[in-house]
Design a protein around this ligand. Sequence first.
Ligand code: S3P
Length: 446
Amino acid sequence: MTAAHLTARRAGPLRGTVRAPGDKSISHRALILGALATGVTEIEGLLEGDDVKRTAAAMAAFGAGVERLGDGKWRVEGRGGFSEPADVVDCGNAGTGVRLIMGAAAGFDMAATFTGDASLRGRPMNRVLKPLGEMGATWLCKAGGRLPLTLKGGNLRHIVYTLPEPSAQVKSAVLLAGLHAEGGAEVIEPEATRDHTERMLRGFGAEIEVREAGAGRHIVLPGGQKLRGTRIHVPGDPSSAAFPLVAALVTPGSEVTVVGMLLNPLRIGLLETLGDMGADISVTNVRDEGGETVADVTARHSELEGVEVPPERAPSMIDEYPILAVAAAFAAGKTVMRGIGEMRVKESDRIALMAAGLAACGIGVEEEPETLTVIGAKRGNHLVGGGAGVTTHGDHRIAMSHLILGMAAEEPVSVDEPGMIATSFPGFVGMMRGLGAEIGEDQAVR
Ligand code: S3P
């Protein structure tokens, strides 16, 4: 049975070497492109979190052969396209899963009904439906473009689409639909977002052109392309590695190394920001693995300084602001995070929940529509208090961030719904305990 709460309390230094779980973004894409392709795709290092398992089940429902061969080793036999699923496709908590699969499914003449858990059913799908509608897809959905939703695809036309918000999910949905659109698709992104779809499409043999011009990055995908099955090695997820690394930075005496972490230039905003804050982080053994750069990253306890995070950095660290806010709580001075309105439409309203959680732990915070400011406690005699029970609204990153805070705060910190951590980081608690953290299932702090 999953515990109702988890509580983290201050213990000794954190020390050791760990491997981050497989990258969530790349894992979803590997399964989806594998199912769209013709032939076999062998995947190693797949993240076996709940979100990705939902995508694996969805790919089987759309007609692919999907088989788990062992720890992180999966085999997908693609049939060169999707067939109509027999039942509703439930994507659980996964925004990336449902949005990318809707894009892929729109290319085929069939109807598919999608749903998800309460959090996913509350999230906006209009951002994906708008371009898919322009391409010719139709749908029936709950008010405000919410799930459950039935999408009818096929006979798509060419689109040139400028992203209104920096979203790799929307970009990817349009590109995946474009694979089966007359004349393909062109996406223009004024701000660059993670480019795993573009890289992986090439790995599956697709022709795709990316050029910088005037208004931003133009991604041009000619239509009518066939994908061929391939081999994929999934690197360690920087969004998950962020938790043990920040835990080491804020816990005195600590030194933690994460091996095999993805260092894609569009995913390293947190490392840059922590560097600006004076974090002692070293990057070694930089290497290329399957078209992506990976490295081993070591973090040692550091006296951090508050910073202004450049807003243009937001797309390269959008999932890392919750844990950055924790690092900021232990820093000297203010950390100002502007231009992060997208945080409000993630698995929860992450600006509101981080502001509430940090305030409950005695940290000074200011919340504005698109900005979060954290007043670091390490000035004079102020310490990070802790001593709170935090409501996570079932958001895995809100839960992990507050547990890390509890590992270095004066008093323990509890989080509810800890089972949700498994959506992205199934081994989180075991890994952190292995490094020396004290996390228990005791009575929640109130
Ligand atoms: C993701 C893109 C981001 C990110 C999410 C994963 C992806 O979402 O927050 O966790 O894999 O494309 P948006 O595209 O909505 O910014």
